[in-house]
Every structure is written in structure tokens, then in C-alpha cells.
Ligand binder design. Sequence first.
Ligand SMILES: CC(C)(COP(=O)(O)OP(=O)(O)OC[C@H]1O[C@@H](n2cnc3c(N)ncnc32)[C@H](O)[C@@H]1OP(=O)(O)O)[C@@H](O)C(=O)NCCC(=O)NCCS
Length: 115
Amino acid sequence: VERHGAWVVVDGRRVVSFVVVERRGRAAEILWMASHPEQRRRGHGTLLIQHVFPELRAGGVRLVEVKTLDASAGYEPYDATHAFWQSCGFILIDTIDPLPGWQPGNPSAIYVASL
Ligand SMILES: CC(C)(COP(=O)(O)OP(=O)(O)OC[C@H]1O[C@@H](n2cnc3c(N)ncnc32)[C@H](O)[C@@H]1OP(=O)(O)O)[C@@H](O)C(=O)NCCC(=O)NCCS
């Protein structure tokens, strides 16, 4: 679909990280992103973001949003997720609970990064 873009990092023939982005004019949202569970903390996610952000910027995007389960939910696997977005320069601007479409009790952290 035209408004969506997807990028992957491959190691040989294996996909080790992917990201899916939806464009909305001068803004974009990261809809999904993950690195292979056995391939985390090796810089693949950072490599991907460092490649995708300049490409989005060149296409006119100035602000990127990502929504993720808020830290107040106490779900430990997402500690890495928050650390990751912060390391990529994202700033937590809000927490919304419930976010429309999400189940109550799953507070959503709203992160943004300026390009
Ligand atoms: C979030 C995720 C995509 C990060 O991918 P990654 O390839 O492991 O990321 P990187 O190796 O580039 O990590 C970059 C930085 O993020 C931070 N970080 C990443 N994982 C971390 C962890 N487990 N603990 C603390 N900091 C972490 C660190 O600052 C790290 O830099 P450093 O290793 O030099 O200290 C990966 O953990 C993942 O797939 N998680 C599950 C799915 C998910 O949460 N997706 C996003 C949903 S919105």
C-alpha cells in the first residue's frame, strides 16, 4: 500500500529486524517493529532507524510517532522497548489509557521524534 513502507535488516538470508511505517503527510507512525529474539541488542534496530529516518525526512516527514505499552503496565519485556525508543531520540509526550481500540488496562505510551 502506497502509504506504508517496510524495511528489513538481513544477515545472510535471515531477516533479523523489520519496521513498518505509515505516512500521514509530514508525520509518520511506526506501526510495527521488532528484532529477532536471538538477535537483539546487536544494533540491528538502531541500524534500521538510522537508515529509515533520513529516508522519511527526504520524503518530507518531520515528525515520527510510535505507540507502545506504557511502563506503568509493569510488563518487563517492554523495558527494552522503552530504552530502545529513548536511545533513538524519541520523547515520551503522553500516556493514554485506554487508547481507542486497545483493551482497558493497557496504557499506551505516546512517543515522538522530530526529524
Ligand atoms: C525494541 C527492539 C526492536 C530493539 O531492537 P534491537 O535490535 O535489540 O535494538 P539495538 O540493539 O539497536 O538497541 C539500541 C539501544 O536500545 C537500548 N536497548 C535495547 N534493548 C535493551 C535492553 N534489553 N535493555 C536496555 N536497553 C536496551 C540500548 O540503549 C541499546 O543500545 P546499547 O546496546 O548500545 O546499550 C527489540 O527489543 C524488540 O524486537 N522488542 C520486542 C518487540 C517490540 O517491543 N517492538 C516495538 C513495539 S512498539
